[in-house]
Write a protein that binds this ligand. Sequence first.
Ligand code: UD1
Ligand code: CA
Length: 489
Amino acid sequence: MSANSPAAVVVLAAGGGTRMKSNRLPKVLHEVCGRSLVGHAVAAAEELTPGQLVVVIGHMREKVAEHLAAHHPGARAVVQAEQNGTGHAVRTALETLAADGVELDGTVIVTTGDAPLLTGGTLRALAGAHAEQGNGVTVLTAVVPEPFGYGRILRDEADGAVAAIVEEKDASDAQRVIDEINSGVFAFDAKLLVGALAEVTTDNAQGEEYLTDTLEILRRAGHRVGAVVAADYRDILGINDRVQLAHARRLLNDRLLERAMRAGVTVVDPATTWFDVQVSYEPDAVVLPNTQLQGTTHLGEGSEVGPNSTLKDTRIGAGARVSNTTADSAEVGELATAGPYAYLRPGARLARKAKVGTYVEVKNSELGEGAKVPHLSYIGDATIGEGTNVGAASVTVNYDGVNKHRTVIGAHCRTGSDNMFIAPVTIGDGAYTAAGSVITNDVPAGGLGVSRAQQRNIAGWVERKRPGTTSAQAAAAAAEPAAEVPAEG
Ligand code: UD1
Ligand code: CA
């Protein structure tokens, strides 16, 4: 907490979110760009390094509390058992802190758990204006094209100052025309807030304690009521249903892509490219269409990913190329390549210039520098040395039905096509294996591992057993010219 930090940020997240029509998830746990709605609110709040960061929870509170503990341990959950309004929610938070002996002195920011586009920067601007103007309360407002449903900002005709906020359900027809709305985000003087909340009644259309009533209460008591109008109304958009959820995701994604492009990333098709908030990159990375970068995925300088790729928590090295690939918790080294049609599962690690080709799945395995698995293979729980080439259609048979075992293939090996490596098994450096082998025993360095039955041919089988077929006719035609020449042996 620095000198300018607020004493507390209170995030309101107890509401039901009935319009999400979800039986499984409270509204604030729905995600946009790799973070829950409440997670976005907490992340913005954390940028202010507040003395206390409180999230008021209620609806499906066990799930929200668990989520906060797992992903946002800096936030403290306070339960509002019954949702008696936004004023009641803030009062509950402050009373819980007071009961713990926390005395708030300075600014309290109140924000909502359902506005994922709200940034720490906007909260900082609000707190800054609040302090500078010496206000008792400062509200973040916005001028919106569709004010329906929001609380409207009533301004004093004489001086233009904010006089009160009136809720949609309590507003007169004349008030409903007002297009400046309450974002639900405020900066308060802590002591004045406590006093004003004590005066809030439930005398309104919803029978709730409205936080918004505190503005009129403070103004009447002679305190300054200020407002900061959001530069872009989209920054304060709240989510009530899944249409707004998709809209917010699109807006946040556009923001993330713009930031990436300004930092030197080429995004060929922003309309089909999706970034999560924690994605990072270096200049000259190229993202081809229909690509999702999720979690903490990182793109190295000059790397190229996509088209049609989904990369989660994956590191792509400088100059690497990954196409038509699904990857999760994988590492693709500098100048390495994956795909088209590769599946890199957790623990797949490709060293510099390694290659995982078409229809290849890799899990919990390391490929050394320049090692190649070009076609149609499964590599699981394996170590493959540098410069080794694994033949097409090979499988590391890692699972005995109970336990997983490792396959170790040394450096500069050439393994044949269609090999089964029955783990645990080790192939020494520089060894070869023959195509079609089932390798159950270790192969020494420089040796050739071969395990396959001797082939035998039964002459004339098709003409005897499949007479009249096109195969038999082809066989007969092939035999004719040979008939002119006396058969050898
Ligand atoms: C509220 C504001 C309105 C503003 C709008 C912005 C009031 C009375 N009205 O209206 O002026 O334009 O937000 O989106 O404040 N919550 C609780 N406990 C409760 C009730 C609500 O934690 O008892 C939380 C909700 O989870 C939500 C936020 O407070 O995050 C706002 O509640 P909501 O019911 O959505 O308020 P609105 O009617 O939209
Ligand atoms: Ca409401």
